[in-house]
Design a protein around this ligand. Sequence first.
Ligand code: AKB
Length: 335
Amino acid sequence: MRALVLGAGGQVGTDLVRFLLGSGHAVAMADLRPAAASAAGPAMAALLDRYGAGDRWHTADATDATVVARLVDRYEADTIFHLPALLSATGERDPERCWAVNMESLRGVLDLCRARSSRSIKVIFPSSIAAFGPLPGVPGGYPDGVASNEIGLLPSTLYGVTKVAGELLGAWYAHRGWADFRSVRFPGLLSAAPPGGGSTDFANEMLFAAARGETSIQTFVRADTRVPFMHMDDAVRALVELAQAPAAGLTRRAFNIAAISPSAEELAAALARRVPGFTVRWSAGGDPRQGFLDSWPRVLDDAPAREEWGWHHQFDLDRLIDDLLGAIRSADAHR
Ligand code: AKB
């Protein structure tokens, strides 16, 4: 694969770059931040040095179509990972920028693919559980096990609107034969890099606090909050495996992918089993992010991804926590 990773310095981008380089792919990267200031910190610059890839990191506006065109041509990219995004909480606070970063930049990438349609460039776009929203007239929201083709993608956040619109726009470009667009709906993602302005961040905050030995933390969610989560290693593998899946086997352009769905209380209990004394003070509700979380499915059905391109997760809750507590402590030790 000759990959161009846009938004390479974010929570997903840094781990995706690590995975791609480690798997021997040719990778070029763009982000507003220099590598050493990415979500992975100086470790990112060290990683690039190790693979001799430092000069393929471009500190540039990855949402600028001219920049992207230059990079696609220079590196003869056959796959573009479009990762720049404002997440659910920050997107509500800055809707104009959310639309520009999430949507306009995707449209720029798709237009670029259209201009080079003879190359059939793949565009891999992370969608999200935020594509779902409250079902009108259905108290309690979605039943557990929401399928990939569930009708009623009615998001309650602008972030979710950009994800649904991005899925539809990409599918239309694919239908016209201009881009090979593919998308996964990510759950909340957990890794050793700090997240950036999502509603699922409560879980990342709990993990970071436990890893750092904080034994009493306040969270913005209720104890019974339940949404799907996934280890970042599974998430980046999903992006790459979907990019590599033979087109003939795919019946759709957007796939649910699922791993675990612990409640916030179950997550806290799993942390407390490893960090003695770890306790969480729960919120009674009222934070807008609680409303967003309540509007998302608790459990996703990802059967089409499993059947059509062999998707499977590797991290259950216990393995995920053991791995990430260690990874956060090790990253802290090297900062
Ligand atoms: C968010 O909380 O906004 C993101 C997401 C679910 O896509 N983590």
